[in-house]
Design a protein. Structure first.
Ligand SMILES: NC(=O)c1ccc[n+]([C@@H]2O[C@H](COP(=O)([O-])OP(=O)(O)OC[C@H]3O[C@@H](n4cnc5c(N)ncnc54)[C@H](OP(=O)(O)O)[C@@H]3O)[C@@H](O)[C@H]2O)c1
Length: 330
């Protein structure tokens, strides 16, 4: 296939491009930067410019795979490529849904209203912007030639957010001599993590397929303590696990989900429990294959070593964790 990746210099786009090359396809990436995999042709362009796609719009493509967030970028690409590309695959997100509360909701769940402007300015515009992008793809290419992949939390080796690596790094390198690791007590909180490599391989499968569709592309949903157990198993951790009450952790300034001083992946609000527990029946029927979380975490533990990729990008520092453990022990 001749595949055009709009992106390719960041994590998912790079993984898609690399998998395409391995699959024997001719791959072109279009981005401003230069970090694309070997074997890929790079067209450097800024999609803020109206003529950004001029060079690639004259060529024929079997599939376009787009990771954009800005409606203006997607509208221009659809305008410029709909006559020369067979199919358009758009990487969207579960953040397009109006509610994150329901467990097991499928792709027919209500969406947020689309962003009314062409450019997303604030982080809270992310979901509405992706809705506007989805609409532009389906309007331009039609439902038969469009694939909308609404990804859940993407994880695996190289995760730039540090959310995948925190727990395995923490269990591999405890902050204290007792080997204790502090976790939030969240027995019913669902987590789901789709391996970036599984998502990339599935998008390539769909790129060569014949039908369009809208799909939730999420990892298997499991309770948070199971994720913790798997992280311990793959790192051989045998020390104590100190599960602390959620309210106490919030009072101590522990943050949720990602970033500094966070307990990565953790969310308190029950209205967000459905975010990691959406139906993936359609994607599985369309060929999505999910490797076991054990493999994702083991590969992450092996590749994203502390000191190789710098300090932990997300989560508690050693000092912060020791201090919280001391305070909790009282
Ligand atoms: N991480 C998650 O857990 C998660 C969950 C759900 C969905 N998603 C979706 O998954 C995708 C992640 O994709 P990713 O990791 O490859 O990329 P990304 O971090 O979203 O980066 C965007 C890509 O687009 C390119 N780009 C941005 N602005 C551009 C411009 N003005 N002109 C040309 N190119 C531009 C960037 O390249 P340059 O900067 O080099 O130009 C980069 O390759 C996104 O669609 C995201 O919304 C992520």
């Amino acid at each position: 296939m001749r595949i055009l990746v709009l992106g390719g210099t960041a994590w998912l786009g790079h993984t898609i491009a690399a998998a395409s090359v391995r699959g024997g396809h001719q791959v072109t990436c279009l981005a401003r930067g230069t970090g694309v995999p070997p074997g890929v042709r790079l067209v450097r362009a800024d999609r803020d410019q109206d003529s950004a796609l001029a060079e690639v719009a004259t060529e024929r493509w079997d599939a376009v795979i787009d990771v954009a967030r800005q409606p203006a970028h997607v509208r221009r690409a659809v305008r410029d490529l709909r006559d020369t590309a067979d199919r358009y695959l758009f990487v969207s997100t579960g953040n397009v849904y109006a509610s994150q509360a329901e467990i097991g909701a499928d792709e027919d769940a209500e969406l947020l209203p689309p962003l009314s402007t062409e450019v997303m300015e604030a982080p809270e515009d992310y979901g509405p912007a992706k809705v506007a992008c989805e609409n532009a793809v389906i309007e331009g290419f039609g439902p038969e030639r469009s694939v909308i992949a609404r990804a859940g939390l993407i994880g695996g080796p190289g995760d730039p957010s540090g959310r995948t690596s925190y727990w395995v790094q923490r269990f591999a390198s405890p902050s204290n001599d007792a080997g204790a690791v502090l976790v939030p007590h969240a027995p019913h909180f669902p987590t789901a993590l789709i391996d970036v490599r599984d998502l990339a391989e599935w998008l390539l499968l769909l790129a060569g397929g014949h039908h369009g569709g809208i799909f939730n592309a999420f990892g298997a949903s499991i309770p948070f303590p199971e994720h913790i157990d798997i992280a311990r198993v793959v790192t051989g951790h045998t020390g104590p696990v100190v599960a602390v009450p959620e309210r106490w952790l919030l009072e101590q300034g522990g943050r949720q989900w990602s970033g500094e001083r966070s307990l990565p992946l953790w969310l308190v609000d029950r209205d967000w429990y459905g975010m990691n527990a959406r139906s993936t029946t359609r994607a599985i029927a369309a060929g999505l294959r999910l490797r076991p979380l054990r493999e994702t975490l083991a590969d992450t533990a092996a590749q994203d070593l502390p000191g190789v990729h710098g300090p932990l990008d997300a989560g508690l520092t050693d000092d912060e964790e020791r201090s919280l453990l001391d305070t909790f022990a009282g």
